[in-house]
Write a protein that binds this ligand. Structure first.
Ligand code: HEM
Ligand code: HEM
Ligand code: HEM
Length: 404
């Protein structure tokens, strides 16, 4: 495969997955669409994390204010907890500095009754440090009609009207965040800091029909990381192993074609995979909240083992050399071990995404194709082996009878 074809395929696949990510954040569920219609809200989108949904209208735009009507929907983690939505007047969509509306569900375990409250809060640096979060009426947003409601099963919505001062908030670049957390004694406590929780931020254009989000460089880089790793380590390297296995000596002898295809696939796979791995390290390094230890360590093993395999370019003994059989053994052993770690790590990466079903099924599809190809060749090998043996056996018997 020429390098231009490979690059074209990679670009198409990256756009396919990037598009899936964008699409996933567009339409809202049927249930949420009904709820926004009841309130005459016209726009809505599924937020990219925590299964949250968001509907909005804006009107009364004067030079100094915009009135925003919002409906935010999410599920609590357990029988009690909090769900929150807020806007940040700062430069970035982040937690600190957010003016939030938090809906709390407290559960009385003695009477089995639940109690719902909703209020506005200022989220500050101290909040992150563990200071207790208390309601405030001084968020500078002029919030009214605030209500939290259970919409059946575990789904809850917060409705509110806010008057946003135009000098601080731009509705075509609004920083908003959302979150789900725990409570103790009716007070909002911390929330988990998984990938989904810390990804619950967005700069949204409320004037666009579907609330386009901006500056999602991180998710774009994750997509590039996933695609390069899947193509490099997860597809080209296994193809490069299938070729010597079936085309070097048995059942097909395609010398020296097998060797060129082997090193061609392994070298391209190594370069593409390494690019994906480096992007993984860069995004992993820049995310201060979490480290995916096993995924990262497996990544380091993959890079190390494949670099050792690549040393074959310089250190492979000649075919006539005494050490060649030991080199063959280690090269085979490390090669197959490497494939096993690669397969595991790709699924680990997909699991980190929580809900990367399109990724999972795409890679399972690739594995099924590779597996079917290898399986067919394996069956063919065995059939050929048995037939040759049978043929030799018959020849031997015929020779024996002739001698007798
Ligand atoms: C109740 C008290 C809260 C505590 C103790 C708390 C604590 C934290 C901590 C420790 C982090 C992790 C990252 C870091 O180390 O910087 C974080 C991130 C985050 N929190 Fe909170 N949080 C609280 C409430 C909230 C609320 C009410 C919201 C939403 C309105 C929210 C939204 C976020 C978001 C979006 C992030 C990830 C991005 C960022 O750091 O800006 N948090 N929080
Ligand atoms: C990440 C890179 C590589 C991996 C994962 C890898 C893996 C493998 C595997 C699993 C086999 C055995 C296939 C079988 O017959 O069942 C093999 C065979 C072979 N590989 Fe590689 N390989 C890599 C790179 C290279 C390079 C760079 C070279 C040479 C420059 C090379 C030369 C060979 C040779 C000569 C054989 C046949 C060995 C024999 O005679 O049994 N490989 N490789
Ligand atoms: C064998 C292939 C792969 C290797 C070697 C690899 C390697 C890495 C490395 C080294 C990191 C940084 C970890 C950290 O410091 O916390 C990382 C992060 C990550 N990887 Fe992979 N990865 C692979 C496949 C995948 C795949 C297929 C996906 C998903 C489609 C994926 C998704 C992720 C995600 C979501 C992160 C976290 C990024 C962040 O911190 O925001 N990885 N990967």
């Amino acid at each position: 495969m020429s390098s231009t074809t490979l690059i074209t395929i990679m670009i198409l696949v990256i756009f396919f997955f990037a598009n899936i990510d964008v699409k996933a954040s567009e339409p809202c569920t049927e249930r949420f669409t009904k709820l926004i219609k009841q309130r005459n809200i016209t726009k809505c989108k599924t937020l990219r994390t925590l299964g949250a949904e968001f509907g909005w209208n804006y009107y009364n735009i004067t030079n100094s204010t915009t009135t925003l009507e919002i409906l935010f929907g999410a599920c609590f983690y357990s029988r009690q907890g909090w769900i929150a939505w807020g806007v940040n007047p700062g430069k970035r969509a982040e937690m600190i500095g957010t003016k939030a509306i938090i809906g709390i569900k407290s559960h009385d375990f003695a009477t089995a009754n639940s109690h719902l409250t909703v209020a506005t809060y200022d989220i500050t640096k101290e909040t992150k440090g563990g200071c207790s979060l208390l309601p405030t009426n001084d968020s500078g947003l002029n919030v009214s009609h605030m209500v939290i409601q259970n919409q059946g099963s575990d789904f809850y919505t917060i409705y509110a009207r806010l008057v946003l001062p135009s000098d601080k908030y731009n509705i075509s670049r609004l920083n908003h965040v959302w979150q789900i957390g725990n409570v103790i004694d009716g007070r909002p406590l911390n929330h988990p800091t998984t990938l989904h929780n810390v990804d619950s931020t967005e700069t949204i254009d409320l004037t666009s029909p579907r609330g386009a989000s901006m500056g999602q460089y991180r998710s774009f880089l994750r997509t590039v990381h996933g695609v390069l790793n899947i193509i490099g380590w997860g597809t080209l390297l296994p193809i490069g192993v299938i070729v010597p296995r079936y085309f070097r000596v048995y059942p097909f002898k395609r010398d020296p074609w097998w060797f060129y295809v082997h090193i061609g696939c392994q070298l391209t796979g190594f370069l593409v995979g390494t690019a994906g791995w480096v992007i993984g390290l860069v995004i992993g390094h820049s995310s201060k909240y979490y480290i995916f230890h096993t995924h990262r360590d497996f990544g380091i093993l993959i890079f190390t083992f494949s670099t050792i395999q690549m040393l074959a370019f310089r250190l492979k003994p000649k075919a006539t050399d005494d050490y060649r059989k030991y080199w063959n053994m280690y090269h085979h052993f490390l090669g197959y071990g490497l494939l096993a770690i690669i397969f595991i790590n790709i699924f680990k990466g997909i699991n980190i995404l929580h809900g990367g079903e399109s990724w999972r099924w795409s890679y399972i599809g690739i594995l099924i194709c590779l597996g079917a190809f290898a399986f067919t060749l394996e069956i063919f090998t065995w059939i050929k082996f048995i037939m040759v043996k049978w043929h030799n056996h018959n020849n031997n018997r015929a020779n024996q009878q002739n001698k007798d």
